[in-house]
Design a protein around this ligand. Structure first.
Ligand SMILES: Nc1nc2c(ncn2[C@@H]2O[C@H](COP(=O)(O)OP(=O)(O)O)[C@@H](O)[C@H]2O)c(=O)[nH]1
Ligand SMILES: [Mg+2]
Ligand SMILES: [Zn+2]
Length: 336
């Protein structure tokens, strides 16, 4: 039998049988609460699944299409993962050689950022975008809390908007509080499987609750002292977004949104020094004009990238992020 992995709770994977449609109410039940008829199938994993030599804490991830079989004890086990179009992993904290697969088979990686409360740094954004490029997942930025901003915050929001639109990334400006910009964002997500990411406190749960009535994700109050949200859950969770607020037409493909509560960032796990520049689109395209083919764009004579940074054709903030990833490789460590 074939199905889609829609939830991962500990060693249980909940699988949606092929051809069956998903509802948020089923997603809210755990493995032991699923109805026998028409429910999600609780599965365990049997066999050794590996990802290109990388050890992962979870062999199977939300978004995977799998084959499963019932066993005698009455539960199912996954015995094959169908080939993945893509995946996004993060390095496990304190386990430098282990990685956690956040989600697979993604159409979109959506990064929610804020100009304040808390402020998202360009380094964080660029690491996210570079990771998305490396995994070949199209990325978009969503600037939230537009209702909240002072003139200074707005300046930063405008800077981010221009910078990333110029590079070619779609940028949405929304307020989950007032609802402004939400319809445009919803249109972007229709028919796709999207990963929702961003620092805690930027409004991911609030956005989900707005896009998906009854999603009931918990929102955290930002602590005044640390200006950071509280972690509430840890596993990747999938939600189904109705294609419109009205009862959706059955012909429209569903939109899946995968939330990764408590995940702050992605380790730059697979980057090699020579390829880091490939994941900065505008740096990569200008590097064609560097004198040396193996230019690292740090000190070489005739480096077109260094010249472009000087002439402000490449943003200093982007170049700094590029250098910071290179530095990680030097030190052999991966910060978040
Ligand atoms: N003013 C304002 N506050 C927001 C907005 N979106 C979320 N918040 C608040 O920001 C805090 C963190 O939101 P939450 O959704 O829990 O963030 P998450 O950690 O990314 O899931 C909560 O107090 C929300 O009410 C917004 O657009 N404007
Ligand atoms: Mg949240
Ligand atoms: Zn160069």
């Amino acid at each position: 039998m074939t199905g889609l992995v829609v939830k991962n709770t500990g060693f249980w994977y909940l699988v949606l049988p092929e051809g069956q449609s998903l509802s948020n109410s089923l997603l809210q039940l755990d493995a032991t609460q699923q109805p026998a008829e028409g429910g999600l199938v609780p599965c365990k994993v049997k066999g050794n699944f590996r990802l290109k030599g990388i050890r992962t804490t979870n062999p199977v991830a939300v978004g995977d299409w799998v084959n499963y079989e019932m066993n005698k004890e009455g539960f199912a086990f996954i015995n094959r993962i169908q080939e993945r179009r893509n995946y996004i992993i993060r390095r496990s904290i304190n386990l430098s050689k282990q990685a956690h697969i956040l989600a697979t088979n993604l159409d979109l990686a959506l990064l929610v950022v804020t100009a304040s409360h808390p402020q998202t740094s360009t380094t964080f954004i660029d690491r996210f975008l570079a990771t998305a490029e490396a995994y070949r997942v199209p990325a978009i930025l969503v600037i939230n809390k537009m209702d909240l901003y002072t003139d200074e915050d707005l300046e930063y929001a405008d800077y981010l908007t221009c910078l990333y639109r110029n590079i070619g990334y779609p940028v949405f400006r929304i307020s989950a509080k007032t609802g402004s910009g939400i319809d445009e964002l919803r249109q972007e997500l229709v028919g796709k499987t999207s990963l929702l990411s961003g620092n805690s406190g930027v409004g991911k749960s609030t956005i989900l609750n707005l896009l998906i009535p009854n999603a009931n994700t918990r929102t955290a109050e930002i602590s005044d002292v640390h200006d950071q949200g509280m972690h509430t859950t840890t596993f990747s969770e999938m939600y189904v977004m109705p294609s419109s607020v009205e009862p959706s037409s059955p012909d429209l493909p569903p939109a899946y949104i995968i939330d990764t509560p408590g995940i702050k960032g992605f380790g730059t796990i697979e980057f090699e020094k020579e390829t880091v520049s490939h994941y900065f689109r505008e740096i990569f395209s200008i590097s064609d004009d560097c004198r040396f083919g193996n230019c690292t764009h740090t000190h070489e004579p005739g480096c077109a990238v260094l010249r472009a940074v000087e002439e402000h054709r490449i943003a200093q903030s982007r170049y700094d992020s590029y250098l910071s990833i290179l530095q990680d490789e030097d030190e052999g460590k991966y910060r978040e």
